[in-house]
Design a binder for this molecule. Structure first.
Ligand code: SF4
Length: 251
């Protein structure tokens, strides 16, 4: 019970801070001329609606507070000065599937959403091919800021941002994680193995199953569209592990 009250208080204070209120007046008792009535045994306490910290609503509030904190983050000085905005993540609390990409590119940096532009359209086609809707998946990146010139994230940047990723995973509570591309897979799982070898197997992170596959951008015409069949195999593995039907693919 005491930990519940502490959690509620913490959420309330973080919410106030997020709203720009960073101090509260100190009170040592009732204002002059006021007296608190003694508790009366006849009074029946009114049951107030409680917002459990772990409820969907409580987790959404905590995620909103985290998003606000991230928007002011300057842990990676080079990224903080060059970004247009932070790109936090999109999707519902309680999403069964959580996608992780590398880092925002130019389109994401401009629009504030992960996986937009040509790679985002390819990802949308993959999602539709799986019989799913983008709105039911939580999508985020290893980093929340665009590295200048789309260079790969540096180890210190990935470490700086890992706390935000972990908190997001815990709050969303997915059943499975999919890493898109070598950078996401290697960073999440702290591996140096190439994506061609990593894909096709199941891994684990924070007790959740993880699948790694090729980045949607690498499947675009002029790059390696022949790898679409491997991505489809990996998607089938994802659907199977969730007990979802596997759509019949048109030839
Ligand atoms: S990449 Fe993450 S840790 Fe680095 S400045 Fe952006 S939000 Fe902060």
């Amino acid at each position: 019970m005491a930990s519940d009250v502490r959690e509620q208080l913490r959420l309330r204070l973080e919410g106030l801070e997020a709203a720009g209120i960073d101090w509260l007046p100190k009170t040592s008792g009732p204002p002059e001329g006021f007296e608190f009535a003694a508790a009366s045994p006849e009074l029946v306490p009114v049951e107030e609606p409680r917002r459990e910290a772990n409820s969907q609503e409580g987790r959404q509030i905590t995620l909103n507070v985290l998003r606000e904190r991230v928007s002011r983050c300057e842990r990676c000085p080079e990224l903080a000065v060059s970004r247009t905005q932070t790109v936090f993540g999109v999707g519902p609390i309680g999403a069964e599937i959580l996608f992780i990409g590398e880092a925002p590119g130019a389109d994401e940096d401009r629009q504030g959403e992960p996986f937009v532009g040509a790679a985002g359209q390819m990802l949308n086609r993959i999602i539709t091919g799986c019989g799913l809707r983008r709105e039911e998946i939580y999508i985020c990146n290893i980093l929340r800021c665009r590295p200048p010139g789309n260079r790969p994230p540096q180890p210190t940047e990935e470490q700086n941002c890992r706390e935000y990723l972990d908190e997001t995973i815990d709050l969303v509570g997915p059943k499975i994680i999919v890493c898109w591309g070598a950078t996401a897979a290697q960073n999440l799982l702290r591996s140096t193995v190439g994506i061609t070898k990593m894909r096709g197997s199941m891994y684990s992170y924070r007790d959740l199953p993880v699948i790694c596959t090729f980045h949607p951008a690498s499947l675009l015409e002029g790059r390696s569209p022949q790898n679409k069949k491997y991505v489809w195999e990996d998607m089938q593995m994802m659907l199977k592990s969730l007990g979802k039907p596997i759509p019949v693919k048109n030839a």
